[in-house]
Design a protein around this ligand. Sequence first.
Ligand code: PMP
Length: 309
Amino acid sequence: MIYDNVLAAIGHTPMIRLNRMNDPDSAEVLVKFEGLNVGGSIKTRTAYNMLLEAEKQGLIDENSIIAEPTSGNQGIGLALIGAVKGYKTVIIMPDSVSEERRKLVRHYGAEVKLIHDEGNIGDCIDECLRTALEMAEKDPRVFVPQQFENENNPMAHRHHTALEIMEQVEGEIHGFCSGIGTGGTITGIGEVLKAQNPDLEIWAVEPENAAILAGGDIGTHLQMGIGDGVIPKILNKEIYDNIYIVTDDEAIDTAKKLASMEGLMCGISSGTNVAAALKLAKKLGKGKTVVTVLPDTAERYFSTPLFED
Ligand code: PMP
């Protein structure tokens, strides 16, 4: 089979059972490995859907400039699509995100604007958004997808990721958990899986230093892509049954084990998700099935503690 371009190859990522990391008396844990997605993360799906819908609605054309505030993977996804479709793309990101992310965005031919993170990622993301909106005010060609409030973000997961999961698992899914950046993943996948099985237990997962849904304070943490310090508009706050908090050490330790015990080269938030999934699997017990996602690949974390001994 030949794809017309790389965008046609987005999605259809594998679902993989955890073996050595999981306790045989627990529920089975299945992980959807988005590190193997085009662009190396789950966010290529949402970037693509937001731009496709903007094209359909006539909000963008070949002269448009895409400008988006993002802590990383969404920017990489938009830059990739910009490269294929010929859109000029400007990604506005906190200077605290890994250097690899900036380099990847630039490598796809997009421009990077860095905003200084003074220790509060939420404030910094707000500043990134202000910068993007100012660009749009000054230049009518600028389109800001606004992933934190764009319904076409969770829609990508309702229409694609969730359906792939159901097709891959076939049998009943008893547990699902996910960290929250924009909330697109947990909202889109959670809604579809819960409609299929109302007894499904969903856990929202937060970094210890950014557990704002649980009423905690916002600080710096290492679980990039989640815990951005804002409660996103598109997050369906009715969809989760429980909030589970993961420390940076636990996320990194789990991500390291995913590589060394399961051969899954994934990022820090994958460690977050799996730390929660293993706990949920223990709670639900043998014979049940827990699903989570590994949002991205490890190869954009070389400069972070994930690769320190
Ligand atoms: N992990 C990583 C590495 C991410 O880049 C993102 C996206 N910000 C997420 C998790 C969370 O995904 P979502 O935005 O759908 O909540």
